[in-house]
Design a protein around this ligand. Structure first.
Ligand SMILES: *Cc1c(COP(=O)(O)O)cnc(C)c1O
Length: 297
């Protein structure tokens, strides 16, 4: 049996992680947690504010773990992920109950954009199965390995999709939330044909008529829907991101009405700051990043 390399023995002797943790990690963590708690949507804030780091603990979201030469993730990190997940499920169930809906009719998609595989694994270990990314290339670099580790994961694309990435998207994603123009419909149809895969698709609506945002104009929805159906896409519902800084409820209500008018029964709407409102107005999938993973840098 080969001897352990001397160097790692030295490292272990010089920097026991407990001492390292007591000296540095609690200070660093306390500030990070306070910051995150400030930025997170009100209903879930208590879950984060109530958390007080213990000596030696390293948070799962601040990169300290790697620098401490600790395992990729610990039981403690899974526990923290589970607590955040439970808090979101609680808020979701409450909103469902208040609007006379069943909690099991609403799916939580964990939006893991910008987060590393190491940051994502604790949430998978805590039981989360549906994840969303907004860039094809970033998703390609993280998810094939994570999917090989854990069967049964479901991957959603929630960002703008360029037609030249349609084939990569159809190959990797189970659900595509941002179908918004005829050229993309055509590219997705070609990719489906070639790969023999038919991801579920949402048509994204530019619900606030904002020039800088993706999404099909409300007036163009009937034509785009007909085209997508004709091309063999599996259109299951509508998706939208309401304008920032104003009450989202009217936009959610409008999206729900558009879906009803077109016999579509799934609604991808609601993020960390407004998912309870979205649920009360009919969301069937909420897309939550910050409240699950902490703020993105
Ligand atoms: C980033 C993103 C989300 C998640 O936003 P949070 O506010 O972090 O929950 C949801 N939907 C889309 C389309 C996104 O790009």
């Amino acid at each position: 049996m080969p001897a352990r390399p001397r160097q790692s023995l030295h490292l272990a002797e010089e920097r026991p992680s407990r001492v390292f943790g007591q000296a540095i990690v609690p200070e660093y963590d306390a500030a990070a947690w306070r910051q995150r708690a400030d930025r997170v949507h009100q209903p879930v804030t208590h879950a984060l504010v109530g958390h007080q780091p213990e000596p030696g603990e390293s948070g799962c979201m601040n990169g300290v773990v790697a620098r401490c030469h600790m395992p990729a993730y610990s039981a403690r990190m899974t526990q923290e992920a589970k607590a955040r997940l439970t808090a979101i499920h609680y808020e979701m169930a409450l909103a469902a109950k208040r609007s006379g809906r069943k909690a099991e009719d609403i799916a939580l998609i964990a939006i893991s954009k910008t987060k590393t595989a190491e940051e994502i694994r604790p949430l998978i270990a805590a039981g989360q199965r549906a994840f969303g990314e907004n860039r094809v290339q970033e998703a390609q670099s993280k998810w094939p390995a994570l999917m090989a580790e854990t069967p049964g994961l479901e991957l959603h694309l929630v960002g703008q999709l360029q037609s030249n990435k349609a084939e990569d998207a159809v190959a990797l994603f189970d659900v595509i939330h941002a179908v918004d123009r005829p050229s993309l419909v055509a590219a997705l149809a070609r990719a489906q044909e070639k790969l023999g895969r038919t991801p579920a698709c949402f048509i994204q609506i530019n619900i606030g008529d904002e020039p800088q945002k993706g999404g099909c104009a409300i007036a163009d929805l009937p034509a785009l829907l007909a085209e997508a159906r004709g091309a063999g896409l599996s259109i299951v519902g509508l998706m939208a991101v309401p304008p920032e800084g104003v009450e989202a409820a009217p936009y959610f209500a409008l999206l729900a009405k558009l879906a009803r008018d077109h016999d579509l029964n799934r609604l991808s709407m609601g993020m960390s700051g407004d998912f309870t409102t979205a649920i009360m107005l009919g969301a069937t999938e909420v897309r939550i990043g910050t409240a699950l993973f902490g703020a993105r840098s």
